[in-house]
Design a protein around this ligand. Structure first.
Ligand code: FE
Length: 135
């Protein structure tokens, strides 16, 4: 993936990331891994608050945009302003739109066009890439 460290406001070497992330967080955020569906407690988190980047704590999604997609991954229909950026991901014989944190470049998940109104978008996120901060 063409998300080199230097283009982001927060950039760390792999070694530095390994020191601040759990192995699971490192695998997803820095290696474009995918957590197993239905494994994140955040999938069922419907409290009021903000979902922030597990790598750099940038606020990414408000609980007001969360919905139950039934996929087993936390899903949102709209990110916060300037929170995320996207790239085209052609891995696994599919063309998908990859979503990453705009500040540290950490991989969050993918976005699809089958979400609910008003945006019609489904931001399918790895819960391990996020932390929930209750209001
Ligand atoms: Fe981040």
């Amino acid at each position: 993936m063409a998300t080199s460290n230097s283009e982001f406001e927060i950039s760390k070497t792999e070694e530095e990331w390994r020191k601040v992330l759990t192995p699971e967080q490192f695998q997803v955020l820095r290696k474009h891994g995918t957590e197993r569906a239905h494994t994140s407690p955040l999938d069922k988190q419907y409290g009021k608050g903000t979902f922030v980047c597990a790598g750099c704590e940038l606020p990414l999604f408000s609980s007001e945009t969360k919905f139950n997609s039934g996929t087993g991954w936390p899903s949102f229909f709209d990110p916060m302003e300037n929170a995320i950026a996207t790239t085209v991901d052609k891995s696994l014989f599919m063309t998908r739109t990859e979503v990453h944190c705009s500040r540290c470049g950490g991989h969050l998940g993918h976005v699809f066009n089958d979400g609910p109104k008003p945006t019609g978008k489904r931001y399918c996120m790895n819960g391990v890439s996020l932390k929930f901060v209750a209001d």
